[in-house]
Design a protein around this ligand. Sequence first.
Ligand code: NAP
Length: 252
Amino acid sequence: MAVTISLEGKSVLVTGASQGIGVAIARKFAEAGALTGLAARNEEKAADVAASITAAGGQAFALKMDVSDPASVSAGMKAFLERAGKIDILVNNAGITSDGLILRMSKESWDKVLGTDLTGVFLVSQEAVKSMIKKKIAGRIITVGSVVGLMGNAGQTNYSAAKAGVVGFTMALAREVGSRGITVNAVAPGYIETAMTDELSAEQREKLSAQIVLGRLGTGTDVAGAALFLASDAASYITGTCINVSGGLFIG
Ligand code: NAP
């Protein structure tokens, strides 16, 4: 018997949905029947993705949001709520890297990554929780972390710190809002084929694949599957956890 996940009647906001993993998540949620808001700084690019989802029979729209800017987050959430009426599910996916060894890492690079990957998660989650509580919605908050937040990676002290911070944030917020029926979880992808990993040479790719138990880089769809599960009724008793989606790159 086939088991399908339905998000009919739910509205979901996916941040960083103009390319990469965010697009795969938005597509998957729209396929499951959710009204899906795609947020990014580049609204036109998100609008192209939303149009392709709509053309395929889904319900999607784009909005402009810079997750690192409080004013942009609050304006973006206002626009989302005007269009969707409510927020049932937030997927904090927007993220950036700015790699460098610590001796060469500038404070600017540190602040930029922490500002988007950690403060951004705080800002958007705060707005979402505000609306969920006001409307008495037993919502879901799902944040895209990274295995480097669980195991570290040389050259990525800023990114690893931000992604480890996301895990602590997830555990703390889960404890705060559980009594409201809101669940808060994270997914931690390993190496996923996107613009972030496009720059790898064939040799680097081979070396990486050798470290991955399942022998291949992941896809956005692999990550989207875990996020969809966390948004589904099947995960209603799961909160404060982080699902590792790394093909066994990290096992612990
Ligand atoms: P990507 O292809 O570079 O896409 C990043 C997305 O985030 C874009 O849509 C970008 O759109 C948006 N974004 C960046 N800064 C933003 C901001 N300040 N406000 C709003 N949106 C912003 O990255 P990806 O590989 O899909 O990564 C998505 C998430 O997965 C990130 O959180 C990343 O850390 C995580 N992750 C990725 C991998 C991997 O191997 N690819 C592994 C582990 C975790 P705009 O530029 O238009 O804003």
